[in-house]
Design a protein around this ligand. Structure first.
Ligand SMILES: NC(=O)C1=CN([C@@H]2O[C@H](COP(=O)(O)OP(=O)(O)OC[C@H]3O[C@@H](n4cnc5c(N)ncnc54)[C@H](O)[C@@H]3O)[C@@H](O)[C@H]2O)C=CC1
Ligand SMILES: O=C(O)[C@@H]1CCC=N1
Length: 247
């Protein structure tokens, strides 16, 4: 996720980016997008904003090694680790963000804690996509919707693509048609003033093809399955917080 963030930010040419990772392969992978890559965490002392992008179980070690001052911002993208567990380890202002992998293409959906976000962080998030400001109590569900969400959408694109292949399309043709359809539909939802129900209605020509497919979906439990997936991810995000609290 840190690599996706770096790649997206590098495209904007607005930031001087330094990547710090213990793994040489990880450093090599992001080197084209950074001014510097290093294993030396002390470089963080020179940054205005320090993004912590390690796995939840590693964050404490990293926080113990980071020495930041009050004029710096520590932006944590670590799932399930609340601000109040991070703050005791640092003098920096702590802002919690749940990003997603689409940062890489400048299409990230992110959620950020409203009571700690600064204009500096807003500018970073805006540079690589769209963000919403939420209460930290909503972070677990946001983690499920937009953090884990890309995987759920990949799954749905695959289901649509597979149906296209089964109907006779080439694998590549079906992939382009399914993925571009998700992309176009997403743009429509973001830009249109119509509700999603009104948009569905606009695609359903009277006695046409879409209404036949929609009747199948409306009669199915597809929406329940999606909601169950979001709830399972949300539960796991809350569990991660509890596991951290236990330590
Ligand atoms: N993968 C995703 O789509 C998203 C991930 N996140 C969050 O981002 C964080 C990272 O997740 P991933 O990128 O999936 O994991 P990852 O395992 O791919 O990346 C973590 C990186 O941290 C490095 N690392 C481990 N210990 C370190 C240390 N002491 N100092 C410096 N670097 C160290 C590892 O070498 C690795 O390159 C997690 O907390 C996750 O919850 C949040 C939103 C989306
Ligand atoms: O699966 C995970 O735990 C991370 C957090 C959100 C997306 N990936």
């Amino acid at each position: 996720m840190g690599g996706a963030f770096l790649k997206g930010l590098s495209e904007t040419e607005q930031y001087t980016l330094t990547a710090c990772d213990l793994d040489p392969e990880a450093r090599e992978a992001v080197a084209p997008y950074c001014a510097e890559t290093t294993a030396d965490i002390d470089v963080a002392a020179d940054a205005d904003v320090v993004v912590v992008a390690v796995k939840p179980k590693v964050i404490r070690t990293v926080l113990e090694d980071l020495e930041l001052s009050t004029d710096q911002t520590l932006l944590s993208i670590v799932a399930g680790v609340p601000t109040d567990l991070i703050e005791p380890y640092t003098d920096a202002r702590v802002v919690r963000v749940m990003p997603n992998l689409a940062a890489e293409t400048g299409n990230m959906a992110a959620a950020v804690t409203a009571d700690t976000v600064t204009d500096e962080v807003r500018a970073i998030l805006e540079a690589v996509g769209e963000y919403v400001e939420i209460d930290e109590s909503q972070m677990d569900v946001a983690t499920a919707v937009n953090g884990s969400g890309p995987a759920f959408v990949f799954y749905l694109i695959q289901a649509m693509k597979d149906a296209g292949v089964e109907g006779g399309l080439e694998e590549e043709q079906a992939t382009v048609l399914a993925a571009q359809t998700f992309k176009g539909a997403s743009e429509t939802v973001l830009r249109s003033e119509k509700s999603i129900d009104e948009l569905i209605d606009a695609v359903c020509s009277p006695n046409g093809t879409t209404i036949e497919g929609m009747d199948v979906l409306w009669d199915s439990t597809a929406d329940d399955a999606v909601a169950d997936a979001v709830r399972a991810a949300e539960r796991r995000s809350a569990e991660l917080a509890e596991e951290r609290t236990d330590e």
